[in-house]
Ligand binder design. Sequence first.
Ligand code: GAR
Length: 216
Amino acid sequence: MKRRVAILISGRGSNMVALIDAAKAADFPAEIVTVISNRADAPGLEKAAASGIPTVVIASKPFGRDRAGFEAVLQARLDEHKVELICLGGFMRLFTAEFVQRWSGKMLNIHPSLLPSFPGLDPHGQALKAGVKISGATVHFVIPETDAGPIVMQGAVGVADGDTAETLAQRILGVEHRIYPEALRLLAEGKVRLEGDICKVSDSTASGALISPAIK
Ligand code: GAR
């Protein structure tokens, strides 16, 4: 049985598209049963609908600081679709500790940096400012703290001297689209387990070194 997944978005939805495309494969262990946006104008909504995925808008703005009120409506939609796992794809709203606890070990997020470096806003600008030579993307379980939680998978890219936040974001996005579906696959196949704050992956092997700047 495929695991039933909801993707939560607030904007463009390119990670959502990567997940939807991966889940089209007959042997993918999860199916995307709904896409939920907290913004009616999220461009990702049309892309999801074009793929035949039922979409729901739960506008968060009217709830203001009433996070629990928003989450009650969200949880009702998740129940309606019998959702088992949640993937956040650029979902820009914080959850209460209660909601996070309810979905503990079942909710993934992706962030465009090698966490725990550069959480929060403008991770690409933060990486450039720090002068790191390698950055990347992280898929992690969601905990109450923003852009933190047990790490399931990371992908790295080199950072060039001439990079801008835009060029770096573009390079990292390519990695995001590769690792998010793979991390979901591992979770849906039951191959990840939590040992305290650490996520362990069955049969995991490490890939080779990425050295930046490249050694000629
Ligand atoms: C992605 O780069 C994702 O990693 C980032 O938002 C973008 C959403 O793009 N998420 C965060 O920064 C979370 N703190 P998308 O809508 O095209 O997937």
